[in-house]
Design a protein around this ligand. Structure first.
Ligand code: DGL
Length: 255
């Protein structure tokens, strides 16, 4: 079984990619609504939360845990590998590397959570892959809130998105990195504000491919969607945002 977690519904984008590549694998997805959002917590708190969820997924039989959350990956990927040496972990790195291959102006905008920007992992990605690019950042906690409320398009969303990306575009950015798994849900609004000449980088497909390399295992294709918060509310959101591929019942996590 593959376990996947995020603070909420952001990781569904990664889950969809994994399901496409590995339709026969059993998956348990946990949305940690009880402790969301992660992005405004300290890295230590997010590391402790990530260890708790990973431990519980491993108890349920996960051989691989996918951290479908940039914040939790930044806070905990290394410590989780040390704490659970018999489990494979696939995490998310802010996609600065592909962005440097796309940019023509040499200016890249990175959109993520405040916690991600404070992490050593983010710093090391910029050091290793940033090259000569100028990187402009914006923490967007309000974007996470909108997605969790099921509000992903319309004038109010565009207004909120514009407030964060317009200053970055004015500095010459032609490439935007979605460094939080909630943000691809806002893609149509981001594209509407950014216009056709800006490339938007979503790392979810690459993470899906990495999971398929690490754990191509088989099963009966069972998918369980769980929330540490209100399963009814989660199910509603999954039906609204997860598309037909994920229209299943959600369960409470911890039973
Ligand atoms: N989806 C998470 C990420 O990728 C974080 C959202 C939150 O703040 O909980 O960073």
């Amino acid at each position: 079984m593959i376990g996947i977690f995020d603070s909420g519904i952001g990781g569904l984008g990664v889950l969809i990619q994994v399901r496409r590549l590995l339709p026969a694998v059993d998956i348990v997805y946990v949305a940690d609504h009880a402790r969301a959002p992660y992005g405004t917590r300290s890295l230590k708190e997010v590391a402790d939360i990530s260890a708790d969820i990973s431990g519980r997924l491993i108890e349920k039989g996960a051989q691989t845990v996918v951290i479908a959350c940039n914040t939790a990956s930044a806070a905990a990927l290394h410590s989780l590998r040390a704490e659970f040496p018999n489990t494979s972990f696939v995490g998310m790195e802010t996609a600065v590397k592909p962005a440097t291959m796309e940019t023509r102006t040499g200016v890249i905008g990175v959109l993520a959570t405040a916690a991600t920007f404070q992490s050593e992992l983010y710093e090391s990605v910029v050091q290793r892959f940033g090259g000569d690019a100028t990187i402009r950042t914006a923490a967007c906690p309000d974007w996470v809130e909108m997605v969790e409320s099921g509000i992903i398009d319309g004038p109010a969303v565009e207004h909120t998105v514009r407030a964060k990306i317009e200053p970055i575009l004015e500095e010459g950015a032609d490439t935007l990195v979605l460094g939080c798994t909630h943000f691809p849900f806002l893609l149509s609004s981001i594209e509407a504000v950014a216009g056709p000449n800006v490339t938007i980088v979503d790392p979810a497909p690459a993470v899906g491919r990495q999971v398929a390399r690490v754990d191509p295992g088989s099963g009966s294709g069972e998918l369980s969607l769980m929330s540490t918060g209100d399963p009814g509310r989660f199910e509603e959101l999954v039906r609204k945002l997860g598309g037909s591929e994920l229209s299943l019942s959600a369960l409470a996590f911890g039973d």
